[in-house]
Design a protein around this ligand. Structure first.
Ligand code: NAD
Ligand code: APR
Length: 243
């Protein structure tokens, strides 16, 4: 679908991605029919209350998902790679904000990247509040690498009801955006689901690239529906033809 607005090659682009961009890499989404919330009660594994109730269950949930990242079959797909190419070749600013906790954008080569819901490959100590790399299984018996204390380590993941990371930088970028792309997200979770309205009110052209219409599709100027590995590379090619 042709871009329905004239863009300058120096324009600023803000991109939001969700679980759908990683689906074709073999990582489950949350709210599709076969999604994670169809198999787990999110109150048990994605809330601070759930972690307090049963930390071992929460550690096992995230340990399983962290181990999945090391499966050789789980690789960045054409959509991740296209966004990394856009960042390298676009003359204007490109900020990639992801709700995803996997590392596929990094492995695809994206650099200006913010994980607003945290990262599976990081852990957080509730005693000394430091964030540290984590590539192994976490448990209640882990000691913090920084303060040495035991029993305080949790996945560095933003749970339901917690404040997302990097919100100030994201709001500043949205206020300055000329183009806002939303890729592979259902538009169910706030504040991410509200970014399109913020970008639009700042004058950005807004485009949804998703398998099917999201909950917020009516907020977008344009919508392109199809698998991310098809629609995202095609859209990036069109943008780079302007560069
Ligand atoms: P919420 O209170 O933000 O929203 C619950 C639901 O209400 C949303 O999923 C949305 O459908 C609706 N909603 C919220 N704000 C709305 C608005 N302004 N207009 C219309 N509908 C609105 O609870 P939440 O979704 O659990 O998120 C709370 C915090 O937890 C957010 O900061 C979010 O980033 C963080 N978080 C949420 C999830 C998640 O799956 N919901 C996961 C990780 C982090
Ligand atoms: N290509 C493009 N989009 C896809 C594909 C695909 N191959 N497969 C699925 N999708 C779309 C679905 O249509 C859906 O709209 O991706 C979206 C995934 O939505 P969710 O499962 O709700 O994932 P997401 O929007 O990232 O969830 C937001 O909710 O539970 C929290 O912390 C979690 O960050 C997550 C947040």
């Amino acid at each position: 679908m042709p871009l329905s607005v004239r863009l300058k090659p120096t324009d600023s682009i803000v991109i939001l991605t969700g679980a759908g961009i990683s689906k074709e890499s073999g990582i489950d989404t949350f709210r599709c029919a076969d999604g994670i919330w169809a198999r787990y009660d999110l109150d048990d594994v994605a809330t601070p209350q759930g972690f307090r109730r049963n930390p071992s269950l929460v550690h096992q949930f995230y340990n399983d998902r962290r181990r999945g990242l090391f499966d050789p079959a789980v690789q960045p797909n054409a959509a991740h790679l296209a966004l990394a190419e856009l960042e390298r070749s676009w003359r204007g600013k490109v900020l990639l904000v992801t709700q995803n906790i996997d590392d596929l954008h990094e492995r695809a080569g994206s650099r200006t990247l913010l994980h607003m819901h945290g990262e599976l490959l990081k852990a957080f100590c509730q005693h000394c509040r430091t964030v540290q790399p984590c590539t192994h299984d976490l448990s209640v018996d882990d000691h913090c690498l920084s303060c040495g204390r035991k029993g305080g380590m949790r996945p560095d993941i933003v749970w339901f009801g917690e404040m997302p990371y990097h919100m100030e930088r994201i709001q500043t970028a949205l206020a300055d955006a000329d183009l806002f792309l939303s890729i592979g997200t259902s538009g169910h979770v706030y504040p991410a689901a509200g970014f399109v309205a913020q970008a639009a009110s700042a004058g950005a052209h807004t485009v949804e690239l998703n398998l099917e219409p999201s909950e917020g599709v009516s907020y977008f100027d344009q919508a392109v529906h199809g698998p991310a590995t098809e629609v995202v590379p095609a859209f990036v090619r069109e943008l780079l033809a302007l560069a």
